[in-house]
Design a protein around this ligand. Structure first.
Ligand code: ZN
Length: 230
């Protein structure tokens, strides 16, 4: 069992960065929940969030929760601000070798998933949550809330899904996660052939299979029986 602790930054009376009608605490929570639901498709993964609602937690509270739970990995989700654009990730500035290795795997998967976004690089800092956690830890800064172009992207729910998907692709690679086997039909009775016409609905065509898989996951979550064809 791989225990992954996801920490949506800020919350409650700490909104984090605020600009363009967006609050960092809300975006971080949305992304974290999307990561959680995507991780549910994998076997042998246990996920815990530091918060699932809009509540305040101190930085030490977050690290303590992960330490007490015995997490294998700590992932903190943030949105950047301060006049820039793009994506960057952080590990502790005196990192353990595992954190370095995981950052090397996860960072590029997120960049791949979010497309045309500036890569600000794999960084190191003395942030409390990556310092006080006993397990390998990474903090991601997902675009700039105070940059008009970045904010437009962050207002799109499907873009937030792409961010989440990138994190999960990274975790899949980093921890060798395997998808759960598809549920078997409960009955083997052959369908009666009543020769009804079947109309198929196509919602997207992709060059990259990962993008198709992400859309299928999204549709399935909404209750549509989606599948990939070539
Ligand atoms: Zn933040």
């Amino acid at each position: 069992m791989v225990k992954i602790f996801i920490d949506p930054g800020h919350g409650g009376n700490d909104p984090g960065a605020v600009a363009n009608g967006l609050k960092e605490k809300d975006l971080a929570l949305k992304i974290a929940k999307k990561i959680q639901s995507l991780l549910n498709e994998y076997e042998g993964v246990s996920v815990k969030l530091s918060r699932t609602t809009d509540v305040y937690l101190s930085l030490s509270d977050r690290a303590d929760m992960a330490n007490k739970w015995g997490a294998d990995f700590f992932l903190s989700i943030h949105i950047n601000a301060g006049g820039g654009t793009g994506f960057e990730s952080y590990i502790y500035n005196k990192p353990n070798t595992k954190s370095v290795a995981y950052q090397n795997v996860i960072h590029p998967e997120i960049m791949k998933a979010i497309g045309n976004v500036k890569d600000r690089g794999k960084k190191r800092a003395n942030f409390a949550v990556v310092r006080e956690t006993k397990m390998p830890a990474i903090l991601t800064e997902n675009l700039f809330i105070d940059n008009a172009n970045d904010a437009t992207k962050l207002k799109s729910d499907s873009f937030l899904s792409q961010i989440a998907f990138g994190h999960v692709q990274g975790l899949e690679k980093a921890f060798g996660l395997k998808k759960k086997a598809a549920a078997k039909p409960s009955s083997t009775k052959p369908a009666t052939s009543n020769k009804k016409e079947v109309y198929r609905v196509q919602v997207g065509a992709f060059n990259d299979k990962k993008n198709a898989e992400r859309l299928v996951a999204e549709l399935k979550k909404k209750g549509y029986p989606a599948f990939i064809t070539k």
